[in-house]
Design a protein around this ligand. Structure first.
Ligand code: EPS
Length: 390
């Protein structure tokens, strides 16, 4: 079973991530991890922190001579900002006078709920772990999941479909989404150049007002065979696993599979993807009129593209802060502000690619098993033959 978890504070020395359950013999190159980390750092609307960080995942274990060896993989990402925080966030007791308090909780952030839960007098430690910086560690191990999926011909990419009120209305075909990956600059990772410029202008406008913006990204997985996930048990349904994985990303407040939201107010006759039979395609000869199901029916992948959308609330750190209360005096004050991004929708999309890839890799390993890539791929190919013979 594929398992992973992360550790690290936003301004601590480093982030670390662990990934276990990857079969032996998968070729893993540092560059594949760094490319994904670079993508997550891009996007118009990021704040000052991204000028400091140059994320690179240093692989500590589980990979030797360029190949996975079946033992747990661990990676370390240095926080360059740590040098500015060593005295404020020491591991040892340090000097309490140098501690940087977060004096008033930001509405929308974990600050207040976290301080109440852990009985902290203010929100510094809450911010440190709740921060979206943590998603960099997921992207590092997600890059390994992507390399694993690639061996089966599965690719996972994302694109931005809305920033604030500016949105792309039409369904964007896979080729256009995949082409975004090769662009030298991510900008807003939007496949519609005109809309992308409008999104950029919207961010500039919001930046001037001191407010913040949310948006919508879509992750698309291409080449997924039918049969990942199962309806047999509630917590093994692929849509449930993907929803949890994407919802777990910082600032995501809703997740949609396919055209799930619109389908709730549409007729069944226009929603469901009618079935036909034609020429042999990648996995089977069954065809669909469209893909409103987003590639999943009954919690099982059906061979169509998997489409998962994440809806991001506007960033909760506002330069023109909202009303809050001072942790010490309980007097009304404005919420704390250090610095922040204005828009992170493209970055969140990249982090969601990692979560989708990790989820699909987990389901693929559950289905095909194998302790070495040779064994896993043999099982995979045998299953593909079974689908062809069906
Ligand atoms: C974040 C606040 C900002 C963001 C950060 C998430 O960091 P800082 O407080 O250091 O300016 O830049 O995102 C990242 C560091 C990152 O790598 O994505 C927050 O409070 O969630």
């Amino acid at each position: 079973m594929l398992r992973y978890f992360t550790a690290g504070e936003s301004h601590g020395e480093a982030l670390v991530a662990f990934l276990s359950g990857v079969p032996a013999g998968l070729k893993v190159e540092q560059a594949a991890l760094d490319r994904e980390l670079w993508r997550r750092q891009q996007g118009y609307g990021r704040g000052g922190r991204m000028k400091i960080e140059r994320d690179a995942a240093h692989i500590l274990s589980g990979v030797r001579q360029g190949l996975t060896i079946g033992s747990p993989i661990s990676v370390r990402l240095e926080n360059r900002d740590w040098k500015n925080w060593q005295d404020a966030l020491p591991v040892a007791e340090g000097n309490p006078a140098l501690h940087k308090r977060v004096a008033s909780p930001r509405p929308g952030h974990a600050d207040l709920a976290g301080a109440l839960k852990y009985n902290f007098p203010e929100a510094r430690y809450v911010l440190e772990r709740a921060s979206a910086r943590e998603s960099a560690a997921r992207v590092a191990v997600g890059a390994i999941a992507k390399v694993f999926l690639r061996e089966m011909g599965i690719d996972v990419f994302s694109h931005v479909i809305a920033v604030g009120m500016i949105s792309v209305e039409k369904e964007v075909p896979w080729q256009e989404i995949a082409a975004l990956y090769d662009r030298p600059e991510i900008l807003l990772n939007c496949a519609d150049p005109e809309r992308e410029q409008q999104m950029k202008a919207e961010i500039d406008k919001i930046l001037r007002t001191g407010d913040s913006l949310g948006g919508i990204f879509e992750v698309v997985a291409h080449g997924v065979p039918p049969g990942l996930g199962t309806y047999a048990q509630w917590d093994e349904r692929l849509d449930a696993l993907l929803a949890a994985a994407v919802m777990s990303l910082q600032a995501v407040k809703a997740v949609e599979i396919g055209s799930g939201i619109a389908s709730a107010t549409s007729l069944g006759s226009s929603v469901h993807d009618e079935i036909g039979y034609g020429e042999p395609a990648d996995f089977t000869s069954f065809t669909r009129t469209h893909n409103n199901a987003g590639g999943i029916e009954g919690g099982v992948s059906n061979g169509e593209e998997i489409r998962v959308r994440g809806y991001l609330k506007p960033i909760s750190t506002l330069r023109r802060p909202l009303q809050s209360v001072d942790f010490s005096t309980r007097e009304p004050v404005r919420a704390a502000y250090e610095r922040s991004d204005v828009c992170v929708v493209p970055a969140a999309g990249v982090a969601a690619e990692a979560m989708v890839a990790l989820t699909l890799a987990r389901c693929a390993i559950d289905k095909f098993g194998g302790d070495s890539m040779g064994e896993t791929l043999r099982n995979f190919r045998g299953y593909c033959q079974q689908l062809k013979d069906y």
